[in-house]
Design a protein around this ligand. Structure first.
Ligand SMILES: Nc1ncnc2c1ncn2[C@@H]1O[C@H](COP(=O)(O)OP(=O)(O)OP(=O)(O)O)[C@@H](O)[C@H]1O
Ligand SMILES: [Mg+2]
Length: 257
């Protein structure tokens, strides 16, 4: 589903590369969780996959097409298959839940139709189904600003779902939520991806959380992959490889699941 070859990116204002020579092959239906200290390069990697960040070098094949090295119009087409979930939801707070979820259809509707607000009957049905799947039908006319954090992330999931993606990239999708909601939202996201065969690539901070929701864990340190294996293979030595000897990783340890 995603094949990354020799991917490197350096932000102009920085001396060091944020990600260095990343090679990665992710199969359809996998649930990959990225772990690593703050600043290790998780967000940069996720953002390169849908070209929100323009990589300096390397190739990123999404379903066989190289999104990193194609005209931007082609990249937009490839991107229509990739949903993105952010830590701080990225919703239009003053708009209704329904409108936000309808925005997920934008990448499938021509610009002209969008200008005239011409979504099809099918678009509206998809939005209704997506809202139903995340349990927010009753809230469809509510402004997003009036919702709780957990509800907002469910709106974001519904918006992504209405996009009918093959891949979902989730950058710390539950970091802004309390522990009970973290579990609820991650359960929802993982179940939806399993149900629909969507490939999920997320970044999560808590280790037992990352284990629970992954079929494969990838540890990043200073922009390089230093661990890539099944979650049950993660041991203390690997954890030190990923986080260093500082023992800081203890704070990423138990969350009590
Ligand atoms: N827009 C930017 N401009 C300049 N440097 C950036 C930018 N975004 C990230 N960086 C730098 O790139 C490196 C990797 O950052 P990145 O955000 O990818 O890490 P991360 O693993 O997602 O961290 P966190 O866990 O805190 O979210 C860091 O050194 C960071 O300071
Ligand atoms: Mg990040």
């Amino acid at each position: 589903m995603i094949r990354i070859e020799n991917l490197t990116h350096k932000y102009k204002s920085r001396k060091e590369e944020a990600i260095k020579d990343i090679n990665l092959h992710i199969k359809r239906g996998e649930s990959v969780v990225l772990i690593g200290s703050s600043g290790s390069g998780k967000s940069t990697l996720l953002r390169c996959i849908n070209r929100l960040v323009e990589p300096d070098s390397g190739k990123i094949y999404v379903d066989g097409r190289d999104i990193a090295n194609c005209p931007i119009t082609e990249a937009q087409k490839i991107r229509s298959n990739i949903g993105m979930i952010f830590q701080h939801f990225n919703l239009l707070e003053r708009e209704t839940v329904f409108k936000n979820v309808l925005n997920g259809r934008l990448s499938h509707v021509s610009t002209l139709k969008t200008i005239f607000g011409r979504f099809s009957k099918e678009d509206y049905e998809i939005v209704r189904d997506s809202l139903k799947r995340v349990g927010l039908e009753e809230y469809k006319n509510e402004r997003v600003a009036n919702l709780s954090g957990g509800q907002k992330q469910r709106v974001a999931i519904a918006r992504t779902l209405s996009q009918k993606p093959k891949i979902i990239l989730a950058d710390e999708p539950v970091s802004a939520l309390d522990p009970k909601l973290m579990k609820e939202v991650m359960d929802l996201l993982k179940n939806i991806c399993d149900e629909k065969g969507i490939t999920l690539v997320s970044s999560l901070h808590f280790l037992d959380f990352a284990k629970r929701y992954s079929t494969r864990m990838i540890g990043i340190r200073d922009g390089r992959i230093v661990f890539d294996d099944k979650p049950e293979e993660l041991n203390e030595k690997n954890i030190v490889d990923i986080y260093g000897k500082t023992k800081d990783w203890y704070m990423y340890g138990k969350l009590g699941f």
